[in-house]
Design a protein around this ligand. Structure first.
Ligand code: FCB
Length: 460
């Protein structure tokens, strides 16, 4: 996760050479597409759904770049059948979706909303009818607002609430679901939500973020035994976002900084999950901000997993710069690198290096790449979107996965983010990540060239 000593020029030269290699994956490899509830469902007040922190956040002026929200989004709540047909028609055999907690428990705890459960029940059956494996994420950021009013992820009580929620969902959907992930990207929930404030609920407090991260992983670990009891034949795991950190130069400062940030963003989650402790250096660096923990917490957090979901988009490239606020990181943009519409560098080799590194550093369960993809400013012409850059992104990143597998990493599947364009959080509808274009006026779904590329690939 922390890599030094390779220049980007070398990398681009190599990437070009490997481009023509064939993609060959085992026949058991799982091919899927991913989405999340708040980003696609819409129908935020329908059938008894309660408000989530994202409804509140979107209603706060200045938080979402185009002042939109998820009230309609892709209207998937109503169009789900045609969306499942679409997944099937593209040849994908797995679908990663998330359940909206406030549809199941509109106030976070106690009263169960049957209509909410019914929706996911139909969805799962609809997937199975189409021979698509359901991969269900329980928490992809839409915390019931009532729970946030009681302190959200900063308050330890949320742990019990999550366990109850996980119990209800896994009891209803049971073994029909292939794999359950407790959380999606706890770093984003904790850091972006409570420390940096770009995401709901929008706090800007380091200690709050670290406390939230602790309770997220604790809730994850506490829910696992309940989930296993309810769905003994399903796989149970977690999805983390990992960003391999690279120093901009070989200077001692840059190298130490990349290492330190690796401790904050990657190891802060992986060490508790797989080693049963927090990374010591990062713990010391956080000083007075470290979370309050109780005896036994880390044992709960490090419960064995059936799989690890890895979301990868780009690397971090940092230079030490005294004039930046602590930890004095300047995020470097290279002149000769490619960037997506998010401003994220296209760096497939980071994925190989990351996978190999975590494979060496930890004893891991099988891995799924649960998200990977790119936003580009697509143009729709004559019902076509020629998104060559996105296809190239997918091709090179699949190559990167294959390279890691050849080096012994046990990767079992790959999910493209995303099935279709959707509500991209603080960016609203301004960023398109789909392999299928969504016309938000008509809700038409139009497969882009990248979707057609996948379809061809999956035929072989
Ligand atoms: C990930 C999120 C996902 C999507 C992509 C672009 O961090 O899990 O919901 O927004 O980024």
């Amino acid at each position: 996760m922390f890599i030094s000593g390779q220049s980007h020029k070398e990398y681009y030269k190599k990437a070009k050479q490997t481009m023509n290699h064939r993609l060959t994956f085992p026949s058991s490899f799982v091919w899927g597409v991913a989405t999340s509830s708040y980003q696609i469902e819409g129908a935020t007040t329908k059938d008894g759904r309660g408000p989530s922190i994202w409804d509140t956040f979107c209603a706060t002026p200045g938080k979402i770049s185009d002042q939109t929200n998820g009230a309609i989004a892709c209207d998937h709540y109503h169009l789900w059948e045609q969306d499942l047909d679409l997944i099937q028609s593209l040849g994908f055999k797995a679908y990663r979706f998330s359940v909206a907690w406030p549809r199941i428990l509109p106030t976070g705890t106690s009263t169960v909303n049957q209509k909410g459960l019914d929706f996911y029940d139909r969805l799962v059956d609809g997937l199975l009818e189409r021979d698509i494996q359901p991969f269900c994420t329980l928490y992809h950021w839409d915390l019931p607002q009532t729970l946030e009013d009681q302190g959200g992820w900063v308050s330890r009580e949320v742990v019990e609430a999550f366990v109850q929620y996980a119990d209800i969902v896994t009891r209803r959907l049971g073994d029909r679901v292939t794999a359950y992930a407790t959380l999606n990207e706890p770093w984003c929930s904790a850091y972006l939500g409570y420390t940096q404030g770009e995401h709901a609920p929008g706090y800007t407090d380091t200690a709050m973020g670290l406390q939230a991260a602790h309770h997220l992983l604790l809730a994850h670990g506490a829910a696992l035994p309940v989930m296993r009891a309810n769905a003994p034949n399903a796989q149970h795991g977690i999805v983390v976002n990992l960003t391999p950190m690279y120093p901009h130069s070989d200077s001692a400062e840059d190298v130490a900084l990349a290492q330190q940030i690796n401790g904050f963003v990657n190891r802060w989650y992986l060490d508790p999950l797989f080693l049963g402790n927090y990374p010591e250096e990062a713990w010391e660096a956080y000083g007075e901000h470290v979370p309050q923990t109780q005896d036994g917490d880390l044992a709960i957090m490090s419960a064995p997993l059936d799989f690890l979901g890895v979301n990868y988009y780009s690397r971090g490239l940092v230079a030490y710069d005294e004039s930046e606020p602590w930890p004095h990181a300047q995020h470097i943009k290279l002149e000769d690198a490619e960037y997506t519409d998010m401003g994220w560098e296209v760096f497939p080799e980071g994925l190989t290096n990351l996978l190999v590194q975590i494979h060496n550093d930890y004893i891991l369960p099988p891995i799924y790449i649960t998200e990977n993809g790119a936003a580009y400013p697509d143009e729709l012409n004559d019902d076509q979107v020629h998104d060559q850059a996105r296809t190239h992104y997918y091709e090179t990143h699949l190559q990167a996965v294959q390279n890691a597998m050849q080096q012994g990493v046990d990767v079992r599947g790959y999910f493209a983010w995303s099935l279709m364009d959707n509500f991209e959080w603080a960016f609203g509808y301004t960023k398109r990540f789909g392999i299928v274009y969504v016309d938000y006026e008509t809700q038409a779904r139009i497969p882009k060239d990248s979707a057609k590329w996948f379809k061809e690939l999956l035929k072989t």
